[in-house]
Design a protein around this ligand. Sequence first.
Ligand code: IPE
Ligand code: IPE
Ligand code: MG
Length: 274
Amino acid sequence: MIEKNRVAAPGSPDRALLDALDLARLPRHVAVIMDGNGRWAKQRHLPRVEGHRAGAAAVRDTVETAARLGLDALTLYAFSTENWKRPQAEVSTLFTLLKEYLRREFRTLAENDIRFRVMGRTDGLDATVRSALDLALEATASCHGMVFSVALNYSGRAEIADAARRLAREAAEGRLDPESIDEEAVARRLYTADLPDPDLLIRTSGEMRISNFLLWQIAYAEIHVTPVLWPDFRCRHFLEALVDYQRRERRYGGVSASDAPAPGAPPAPAALEA
Ligand code: IPE
Ligand code: IPE
Ligand code: MG
């Protein structure tokens, strides 16, 4: 049971949104493309890195809201393999901010039973970044609440290519029958092997693209794009995304429940069977 008062105070605008939510139909896994830090800074005539600095508050708020709602998993896209193309000073500030975030927050994560994880090629990261990640990974290793993953040096295509390479190696070594390879076999070799696929993908700052994020896993995710820039993203925006998600009808290629034949209805005409 979630304690509503811990998510939003009674009488607050956030509470009205929370009351509009069906708590029994929350997504299990929410993934977020945190975008718009640079534009947020530009609007204020500040250097881009100030947008990244301000984005930390949005991360804190989002993790807290997701955990209090009792979601199984939250995945935040923090740095793509393509983001190395940015100016070196911006990249290095991004990683400094990440290290500061981890060193400041790892105890709070553990206290709230949140299990921290990283998705991506961490071996390509600086040793000081890896040790800050290890701090949070070790502190939360025995937590059993929400799984909070950060996608770092992440590429959806590379993740699928890595899974393909593992399958090929196992087959070449005689440990796997190539004929047995199915979707499940691929899924088990992704970073998300033990997580449900994201039900909801949120992107901030209005861009209508995926930018190489969780390509396999979002096959049937509902997508919510908000114009809000990441540093401004707060609990109410998260709740708005969840309300929007609950308005969607997830058909998975089928038909609407109202278009499905009623139980006991006569069979459909045989015209297509010929
Ligand atoms: C998202 O904000 C942060 C990262 C990709 C690391 P951006 O830095 O992409 O902000 P915009 O898109 O330039 O506004
Ligand atoms: C996606 O944002 C990557 C992250 C949020 C880490 P970008 O700002 O890098 O994406 P593009 O360049 O607009 O597609
Ligand atoms: Mg961007």
